[in-house]
Structures are given as structure tokens and as C-alpha cells.
Ligand binder design. Sequence first.
Ligand SMILES: NC(=O)c1ccc[n+]([C@@H]2O[C@H](COP(=O)([O-])OP(=O)(O)OC[C@H]3O[C@@H](n4cnc5c(N)ncnc54)[C@H](O)[C@@H]3O)[C@@H](O)[C@H]2O)c1
Length: 316
Amino acid sequence: MAPRALVTGSSGFVGGHVTRRLVADGFEVTGLDVAPPAGTFDPAVREVTLDIRDQQRVSTLVEELRPDVVFHIAAQASVAVSMREPRTDVETNALATLELALAAAAAGTRRFVFISTGGALHGEPPPDQLPANEETAVAPMSVYGASKAAAEIYLGVVSQQSGMEVSILRPSNIYGPGQNPHGEAGVIAIVARAMLQGEPVTLFGDGSQTRDYVYIDDTVEAVIRAAAGAPDVCDISTGIEISTGSIFETLARLTGYERPSNYADDRPGDIQRIALDPAKAARVWDWRPLVTFEDGVARTVDWFRDSLATEGQANS
Ligand SMILES: NC(=O)c1ccc[n+]([C@@H]2O[C@H](COP(=O)([O-])OP(=O)(O)OC[C@H]3O[C@@H](n4cnc5c(N)ncnc54)[C@H](O)[C@@H]3O)[C@@H](O)[C@H]2O)c1
């Protein structure tokens, strides 16, 4: 019998990619998201439109479904929103994660795979040594980072009490085709789309802020390996710091954009520098990032170019 998977956040960027991969791998997939699936509807997936914070209905669904594996990807995924709406963030990212895990454990789920965060677990000043790793002290400077850290700890409690295995991925900044370019997170998607449309581009900070960018296909592979390998906690990243200024230059070159960038003040909760060491994921899950930044960004720009052309045709 095909293993049953529940994927939360299945309409989102990462959740959509993971859902497609699980279907291809032979899982029987149920997707849960507060938003309907974007793009083409896959008849192989049972889509349930539900707010993860609706504990009653989520528990009933999990009880009925009895998933072998839960991929918990849904989240309030923006640092900026977490600072403006802390209650929404805590309820979505911490409380709902705990309640989902309790429901899964009660339903006999074998493995719970949680997408936490890498960069947002660290704060200012940046860790003494970059890239940071799983041993680096967790010291978030945003409500988002704190909620993810709390969720990780709650999962440890549920695992200890129930025996349900838990794998936690701590991705750095994920990018690639399908990322929402209209949100407040995902600088590559936002800037790529703006440049392709010839719109002004505003960067937060002075361009020197750094992040560690991991490509979506590599991230999906990590999710699959985290489900099958030892239950553990691993950074999913490249270990390489890339500045916002150099993202602007790379994207400008690939899109032929000639306007200068505008700069705005740093946003509260945003850290100045971060990169995460992927060595533990290599050891534990035999996972390595394979797509280089240049290649990943080029693929992403191609995808946004195609999707804008399709939108243009649909509107004409
Ligand atoms: N994109 C990144 O750079 C990055 C980095 C580290 C960790 N993460 C984590 O990866 C996961 C996926 O992020 P993403 O980039 O795909 O974001 P996304 O916003 O594209 O996807 C999140 C999905 O969760 C859904 N969701 C939000 N609130 C919900 C609720 N109350 N009930 C049900 N569904 C809800 C949204 O509708 C959306 O489809 C998140 O847990 C995020 O915190 C993302």
C-alpha cells in the first residue's frame, strides 16, 4: 500500500514543490492549506482548504487520515509580518505546530518532518563564527524566529512522550521557480519579477546584508531525505554568504536591467549577516546542495520570464 503523507502549506512555494515530488515518489498525498492550490490542480492530490489554527478540524482530519508521515510546511513565513502581528505568528508557527504534532502522534504517525528556519534562529550581533551550525546558540531577534524555536522544542516534548520520530530542517533562504514575488519575503523572486517588468527596485539595508541562498530543488531533496533518514535537526544551506547588493547585480545582468537600486532602512527583525554550515546534513542525511547560486538564479529568472509571458498572453 502506498504510504500516506499529509503536507501542510501545500499551496505555497516549498509545499507545492514537495507535494509534486511526493506524488512522483508514489505517496498518497493530502495537502492542507488555508489558500487554494495555485496554478494547475493535480488530481492525484487530495486538497483540503483549512486554517492550521483550527485545532478541532485539523485533529479530525489527521485522525481520519492516519498519515504515515506529516510534512509540516505551512507557516506565517514573513519576519516583517511577525513583528507587526506577533499573535498571528505565534498561533500559526508555534501553537498550531504543537497541536498538529499531538494529533499526529495520537493517530500513529511514524515520522513528523518540520520545516523550521535556519537564519532566523540567529540574531545580532551575528554569531562569532560564520557559517554558523547546529551547535551555535539559538538567539532569534524576530517573533518569527522565536516561534520556530519554540515549535522545535514542543516537537521534542511530543516526540519524547509519544515516540513519534521528528526530523527538523533549518533552511537558510530558499529561492527558485514558483516563489511568491508579491510577498514580503523572498528577495530573489521579488527583485527578479520587478526587473523583468522594468519596475523600480528597493533593497532593505545598504546592500551589504548577507544571506545563504539554497535552491528549491536541493531543499526538496533535503525534505525527502529528512523523512527517510535518521530523525535529527540539520541546517539546509550552502555555507556561502551572498550580499543583497550582489543579488541585485546578478539579477540586473541576467535581466538586462539598467536602473540603479533604491535603498530603504533595514526592517526590524532582519539580521545583518548569516550563513549556515551544511556539513551535518551531509553526514546525517547524505545531503549536499548541488545547484550553484549562478545556475539557480538563472533558472529562476527563466521561470519568471516564462510565467510573465504566459500572464501577458492570458491578459491580451
Ligand atoms: N522561503 C524561505 O526562504 C524559507 C526559509 C526558511 C524556512 N522557510 C519555511 O518554509 C516553509 C514554507 O515557506 P514558503 O517559502 O513556501 O512560504 P509560502 O508563504 O509560499 O508558503 C506557506 C504556505 O502556508 C500557508 N499558510 C499560512 N498560514 C496558514 C494557516 N494559518 N493555515 C494553513 N495554511 C497556512 C500559506 O497559504 C502558504 O501556502 C515555512 O514554514 C517557512 O517558515 C522558508
